[in-house]
Ligand binder design. Structure first.
Ligand code: AMP
Length: 282
């Protein structure tokens, strides 16, 4: 098998991508924080159908973690990640160090608004979207991909990144990939590794409740009662709910009724020390 190039400096990245571009080949980028699971690999497969060459970035971005969050304990499984990406015949892995991404004196931040300030993840993780928008803008400028694939699992992030690329005139096509789930419905996430056996057993409640809420809304049950009952069911399973909300699927603004849709239902909840998010279309 051809060796998978793992690039660690901007200089080598630029040189390697210049060769690809000189041949007129298209590039799709899949940004990740590593600890790859089947959800990430589906994004890679989608990217392969979109472009001749696929670049996967692996970078645990300190800028999107608050001081009390899990930056130091975030799972890092580089050897297994590289083996999985080699098996999929990815063309290049961009795995910069923190010093490569944020050299001494780094001083410029992107502050996204619009979908980044609608009162969902941004309320509970005020650092998050500034860090995401900044690092993703840098990745887009470093790699200059024709397209980039993001998961709908992180639905608000997908909207923030799409708005950022459009607002900054970065010529990249953003592709949203459907959420990959375990058989019992739990959305795959690198953070699922934190769950104890007991927590893992109740974790599919989130998806089950989202589906129940969607069915109730379609059947005409009121928004307020649907969401209140959904929250109660999630809390009964042992979660502390950050939010369970129905939002406009494009703008993410609050929505009063199914008639004003399309609706996206979004949830974030903590079980033990682990915070999980999920969402579905109605
Ligand atoms: P992360 O490494 O968690 O930052 O995720 C990297 C990319 O993979 C993001 O675009 C995520 O939305 C996407 N992703 C993570 N989990 C899933 C999943 N279960 N299904 C689809 N995409 C996912």
């Amino acid at each position: 098998m051809a060796k998978l190039p793992v690039v660690r400096t901007r200089t080598v990245l630029r040189r390697t991508l210049a060769h690809i571009r000189a041949r007129g080949e298209t590039i799709a980028l899949v940004p990740t924080m590593g600890a790859l699971h089947r959800g990430h690999l589906v994004l890679v497969q989608l990217a392969k159908r979109r472009a001749k060459r696929v670049v996967v970035s692996i970078f645990v971005n300190p800028a999107q973690f608050a001081p009390h969050e899990d930056l130091s304990s975030y799972p890092r499984t580089l050897a297994a990640d590289l083996a999985a990406l080699a098996a999929l015949k990815v063309d290049l892995v961009w795995a910069p160090s923190v010093a490569q991404m944020y050299p001494e004196g780094f001083a410029t931040q992107i502050i996204p608004a619009g979908p980044a300030t609608v009162g969902l993840e941004d309320t509970f993780r005020p650092h998050f979207f500034g860090g995401v928008a900044t690092v993703v803008a840098k990745l887009f400028l470093q790699v200059a991909p024709d397209s980039a694939v993001f998961g709908q699992k992180d639905y608000q992030q997908l909207k923030v990144v799409t708005a950022m690329a459009k607002d900054l005139d970065i010529p990249v096509k953003i592709i949203g990939a459907p959420t990959v789930r375990e058989k019992d419905g739990l959305a795959l996430s690198s953070r699922n590794a934190y769950l104890s056996a007991a927590e893992r057993a109740v974790a599919p409640t989130l998806y089950r409740v989202l589906k129940e809420c969607a069915a109730h809304l379609i059947a005409g049950k009121s928004m307020a009662a649907t969401l209140a009952d959904g929250c109660a069911a999630i809390e009964r399973a042992g979660f502390a709910v950050d939010y369970l909300e129905a939002r406009h699927a494009e703008t993410l603004v609050p929505i009063a009724s199914v008639k004003n849709g399309p609706i996206r239902l979004l949830v974030a909840a903590k079980i033990g020390k682990t915070r999980l998010i999920d969402n579905i279309a109605v």
